[in-house]
Design a protein around this ligand. Sequence first.
Ligand code: ADP
Ligand code: ZN
Ligand code: ZN
Length: 742
Amino acid sequence: MKHHHSILKVALPVPLRRCFDYLPPRETGSRELVPGMRVSVPFGKRQLTGILIEVSNSTNLSTSKLKQATEVFDEAPVICPNMMRLYQWCANYYQHPLGEVFATALPALLRSGKDKPLRQPLNYVLSTETESLPGKHLKRAPRQAQIIDLIKDHPHGVSEHTLKTLGLTGSPLKALIDKGWVQAEVVQSRHNKNPDNILAEAPLTLNDEQASALDAFCGMKDDFACLLLEGVTGSGKTEVYLQMIEQVLGEGKTALVLIPEIGLTPQTLARFKHRFNVPVVVLHSNMSDLSRLHDWLAAGKGEAGIIIGTRSAVFTPIKSLGVIIVDEEHDLSYKQNEGLRYSARDVAVFRAYQMHLPIVLGSATPSLESLHNAETGRYQHRALKQRAGNALIPGFDLIDIRSRPLQGGLSQPLIEAIRKELVRNNQVLVFLNRRGFSPTLMCHECGWMATCTRCDTRFTFHASARQLRCHHCNKTNPVPNQCPECKHTGLNPLGVGTERIQEAITGLFPGNRVIRIDRDTTRRKDAMHELVAEVKKGEPCILIGTQMIAKGHHFPDVTLVAILEADAGLFSADFRGLERMGQLIIQVSGRSGRADKQGRVLIQTHQADNPLLNDLIHTGYADMARQLLDERRQAGLPPYQHAVIIRAEAVKERDPHDFLLQTRQLATMISTDKQLSGIDIFGPLPAIMPKRAGRYRQQLMLQCTQRKPLHQLLHCLSLELETLKASRKVRWSIDVDPQESF
Ligand code: ADP
Ligand code: ZN
Ligand code: ZN
């Protein structure tokens, strides 16, 4: 092994948990090679773009076998040391190849290296001598004159983007630059220049609970601390966030706000933009690659005051970050269920810890994990129990539907209650978390049921489309005219979906406006927006919706919320079923009501005596959550245990089982070898849905009260699994802190 060589350790987007060694490219010019730069390298028959992780003077291979990197793209690293540490932490914590962490974390254009070297957005200004230049110099070059005039009108300069839009880039611009009349400047940070004038509108006067939350926040600055802000919907959490951000901006720092879904929260976005005189950057998955890259770079240079984004925004480099706020921290959309299976909330907490920053987790229905952290004193905790501005919290009632006839899924007392609200010109929201007409189509004669051939599940019957659809693999079939088994023609829809509710309600309340919001009625772009706007006009109507309407929106004119079949959570095969049920019921209820119209929530259930359901509606989510935590402690479930699921799926039924059996044996061997104790291994067992989209699925569950031995085991195990022969026959994944057990 020779030591005078520089060896480049490069992370590549391949499913292997290690870096690859290369020799530096022939041409590096005068550049120093620094970690965080993008490198193009030969890999097998392909050419890949990777990230330089380290420049080392040793390698385990003989240097004569090393290939040479083809090219280094960047003059300066595109990943700063802090973000590099965050990405490396993710790779370690989630047991994911570092090169593939970059694939999730970085904007597509940055990864591909197509935009090389990475261009900084430029601003064009006049050089001093141009200002005294007589106009006649450019008589023969009208386009150059145009550019000069334009820049003269904009003393702070004209952006490259503007010039491009006006068609003025290219040779005329180049000529001016060559003559030294116009010069390019890298766009300077616009934010942070004027902290005296950050407010564009006056903040509201906080009530006592809100003030206490803001106080807690002010006490935790300049070091890592986490505040759990538990506040019922409408209690003024957003106002508290705004005033926290005001503090942060006042210090010339930047705020990062994570929200579950962009489409759902236009009003919230507007409030952030209205309050402050600082640029607000919004990052989400529906952006073009180019604007995503642009905003990413802008955030990194400190051009934004506030960065608001969904899940992956947690990976954005941000100059002088001062706070992270995670709104609706319990929301499942923060967890990515493929590739890098990270939780943006948890990554945010680590990021705050690593950077010594305060972080705020807000929710009306906090996750049991966060409540547990509050109970053990790891997080501070503030509760907002009242709705701000005098709006009332809705009253709850259960409707026992055991042995009651239902009309299209609706009981008589519910129908009466809806009628009353409509007579008073109010709006009603009917929530059912199942789209389609009915979840089952059954033969009345022989009991045959339409099932998906690719999944272990029934087809959902969609009446208006005359289709059977599988909601798990999207397979569709025409509706048969007769039973394929007994040829009987009496096929019956069993159970209700939103489509059927709509039909029933239209029949029961003719002449009333019925608006259905679910995935089927909102496929067209803007459809969701239009339907919501329609409801917000405030005219009497019945709104039927799935969980698409359960978050974000506030419908002030809804005075009655009817929840159908939410008690399914009581029988869920997932131990989180009850927690989710509580969250869903409270979130749906939170859509309604305002000061002058108290809302009412009716829950139709077969389980009207269920103590948990009664606790939830009489004493609230917080009490129910404490009880659930108690049960989890007794049962030895998360958050009292740390869990990991290793999943495998394959077309051949035996393969996932074989693979996971070997995985289990390896895990046991490694645990013994390394003297790792206290790790429980369950399985391999079939997943809750044993076959999906034509693949058989099994899983292995690992649990331990300590994180450290579990992660030590996983670290060794994942490397072994990469080389295991049986792993080539399956798709496998490691899910650390899984949120769903199927
Ligand atoms: P949340 O984010 O908890 O749902 P919001 O911050 O959106 O609550 O507040 C709900 C409503 O109450 C908003 O219309 C907001 O303007 C109003 N509000 C919030 N705080 C106050 C306050 N201190 N005084 C008066 N109105 C308030
Ligand atoms: Zn039949
Ligand atoms: Zn299917």
